[in-house]
Write a new protein. Structure first.
Length: 481
């Protein structure tokens, strides 16, 4: 049997797995495979084995360890040997009896290794067995693993189609939002955390989210609402409110008005929605006489951490403006661009969404998209690159855009997604969150202060990320004022 090298546990055609009983084996027969050790292998092996030895998974720890970088678990290399024995030589029906392996050299991320098993001894009888030499060598010809395995040989010839296995995907939902929180904490160094009016946080989730952000050092909360309900919620959640100031009000409506008044007076730097309805808080924020209006239209931005996307994406407006006209959309885009700048995106790419990518009078949102892009050309929407109309697939996928012949600096690279109306934006955000495992944070912009506008269904992590957005926007406003 001649030596063969492959990355698939199958014969030369790739269609079958075939074994080799005693009658087919000769001393010196061998089989090999080649693998490259990747960061995905680091994580997958740790997840499957439960072995989270920091030498194998923690780059920061490993940098100070013996080899100064993450090394493969020895069993990763041994698994390559097992792969060969079970699928190639002798193949299906082989039973491990014993192995004696010596691990001579570490395997680092990026190393390419070649595993080989070679028949050294054959033992006929009622239960035929064999000894195979096992070796793994890296691209520098360093011997990584050396030793031998004792196996029972298969007793009947088998030729099988490979079993179908699902694709392994390593997913870490929310990782980009957690990085956003770290970015905000880094930006706050040298600053006191901003005072935040937390409005009517009379349930465990909204109260706990604010407390978590305070303990992390993101905000200095001031709880505004009915004192009895606040203290009852804190008691039920095991939270001590003693370290935090409390502004008592009679009910949620009064809490919203009091928080807005505090922001107008400069007593707080931002607002955070608790367990009251969005309309109730926003009614106080947009009040023409006592609210927090500016010359800019107030709008909402979802910051979406979608699994599989390399960066955060901003979606607007999905919570405030129901059916914005052209000039309202201009302000919605400007608000989102300001937030992108606060997040460190110097020249965000803005996709103006519609159902199609061509301008047609039958779909008014395509006309608005074309007008917004021309406004950007004339300097009315500075600080970003706009394109539209773009269908959602063309905005987020280069492949989709290329298939349709769309040449655009925004397609597949969009930082900001501008929905044609609230219904489309809201459904898109919730589809991503509930069907695609996206994690979502939210903020209201265009008012005198940022407003953290979370859903009552949001978990504390989402509230923490939303606080981070508000902090970064607040810091950016101080620099650009």
């Amino acid at each position: 049997m001649s030596e063969a090298t492959t990355d698939a546990p199958a014969d030369a055609s790739g269609a079958w797995i075939e074994n080799h009983p005693l009658a087919e084996l000769r001393l010196g027969d061998s089989a090999s495979l080649t693998r490259t050790f990747t960061q995905d292998d680091v994580q997958a092996f740790a997840l499957l084995s439960g072995d989270v030895n920091p030498s194998h998974v923690d780059a920061a720890y490993a940098a100070g360890d013996r080899f100064h970088q993450v090394v493969a678990h020895g069993m990763w290399s041994a698994a390559l040997v097992s792969n060969l024995l079970g699928t190639r030589l002798p193949g299906p029906g082989t039973v491990y009896l014993a192995q004696n392996l010596r691990f001579d050299h570490p395997v680092f991320v990026g190393d390419t290794v070649r595993a080989t098993v070679t028949v050294r001894a054959l033992r006929p009888g009622p239960a035929p067995s064999a000894t195979l030499h096992c070796s793994v060598v890296n691209q520098r010809n360093d011997v990584v693993v050396d030793g031998e395995a004792q196996v029972l040989l298969p007793t009947e010839k088998l030729r099988l189609a490979p079993a179908h296995l699902p694709r392994l995907e390593l997913r870490d939902p929310g990782i980009k939002l957690r990085a956003l929180v770290a970015q905000a904490l880094q930006a706050l160094r040298g600053h006191e955390p901003p005072r935040v009016a937390v409005v009517h946080a009379v349930d465990a989730v909204s109260l706990g989210g604010a407390i978590d952000a305070a303990r992390a050092g993101l905000i200095a909360p001031v709880f505004v609402g009915p004192e009895g309900k606040l203290r009852a919620a804190a008691h039920a959640a095991g939270i001590d409110l003693a370290p935090y100031p409390l502004e008592p009000t009679e009910h949620s409506h009064a809490a919203a008005e009091r928080a807005v008044a505090m922001a107008r007076a400069g007593d707080v730097a931002m607002l955070m929605k608790g367990s009251l309805h969005t309309d109730e808080l926003m009614h106080a924020v947009v009040d023409a006489g006592a609210g927090l209006r500016t010359a800019r239209r107030i709008s909402h931005v979802f910051v979406i951490d979608a699994v599989g996307q390399p960066k955060l994406q901003l979606l607007t407006d999905a919570a405030i403006n129901v059916a914005p006209d052209l000039m309202a959309k201009r302000d919605i885009v400007l608000n989102a661009i300001d937030l992108a700048h606060a997040l460190g995106i110097e020249q965000p790419r803005v996709a103006i969404l519609s159902a199609v990518e061509t301008v047609t009078p039958k779909i008014p949102s395509t006309l608005d998209a074309a007008a917004l892009c021309k406004m950007a050309d004339r300097g009315q929407i500075p600080g970003a690159v706009l394109d539209g109309p773009l269908a959602f697939d063309n905005a987020v996928s280069k492949r989709a855009a290329q298939t349709k012949g769309i040449v655009s600096p925004v397609s597949g690279e969009a930082d900001i997604l501008v929905a044609p109306d609230l219904e489309a934006g809201n459904m898109l955000a919730k589809q991503l969150e509930y069907l695609a495992d996206a994690k979502v944070a939210g903020i209201v912009l265009g008012a005198r202060v940022p407003v953290v506008l979370t859903s009552r269904a949001d978990l504390p992590d989402a509230r923490m990320a939303s606080c981070a957005l508000a902090v970064l926007q607040w810091l950016h406003a101080q620099v650009t004022a």
